[in-house]
Design a protein around this ligand. Structure first.
Ligand SMILES: [Zn+2]
Length: 219
């Protein structure tokens, strides 16, 4: 019998960070990550995050079937497993109802490439078409967008929230956090004027500078 304690602790650490930063409130939003044996650790259904214990994190297979744990997996498990099945490079998913990202999801408006946080998410962060929460369709609409743009790390679910992907649980949280910061700054900038969008040339220069810097560091 596999011991999933390490995977549960890793996902729980990301849940804690997301709570501390205000991305997860009450029981809204859910996080998942792959386990070493090819299953998925996912936050449970209907438990308030403030009361969540690591051992309550559910383990399911890639079709959402229960494998281990005392609790039922999140009601949004079909969205998570659809993404995991279709995008093998995704190690973890952080889905939140964070308020500024959700504001753009409700307005049906992409978050433009306006700062480094947006750049980190591969902005513009697009709005996926409406999908019934809890259905596999939520995964399908996001998979379509992620497949079209390999650098994209976050997608807005229309009238719902945000889905951020990453290599591991912490990385997916980082991307959800960046999406929320980008959304907040973009919203605020829209209140006081016309936000200035980073051009493709400026983006390319930034990517080249970063690549040169990291190459230099390694040698
Ligand atoms: Zn949701």
């Amino acid at each position: 019998m596999t011991n999933y304690q390490e995977a549960r602790e890793e996902l729980f650490a990301a849940v804690k960070k997301a709570m501390d930063e205000g991305l997860l409130r009450i029981s809204e939003g859910n996080l998942s990550m792959r386990t070493p044996d090819g299953h998925v650790a996912i936050t449970p259904s209907g438990i308030k995050y403030k009361q969540l214990k690591p051992e309550e994190i559910a383990i399911v297979d890639l079709d959402g079937g229960h494998i281990d744990g005392p609790c039922k997996a999140s009601s949004e498990t079909p969205m998570h497993t659809t993404i995991m099945r279709n995008l093998p490079e995704v190690g973890a998913i952080c889905h939140t109802h964070s308020p500024f990202a959700m504001t753009f999801a409700v307005a049906g408006k992409d978050i433009a490439l306006i700062n480094l946080e947006a750049m980190g998410c591969g902005a513009p962060i697009p709005v996926a078409p409406w999908a019934t929460p809890g259905s596999a369709a939520g995964g399908e609409v996001t998979v379509n967008l992620f497949k079209q743009r390999p650098n994209l790390k976050a997608v807005l679910l229309r009238n719902h929230g945000v889905v951020a992907i990453g290599e591991n649980a912490e990385d997916s949280f980082d991307n959800a956090f960046k999406a929320e910061v980008a959304a907040r700054v973009y919203y605020q900038a829209l209140q006081i004027g016309e936000p200035i969008i980073i051009t493709q040339q400026q983006l390319q220069d930034a990517v080249n500078t970063y690549a040169a810097f990291t190459t230099k560091e390694r040698t």
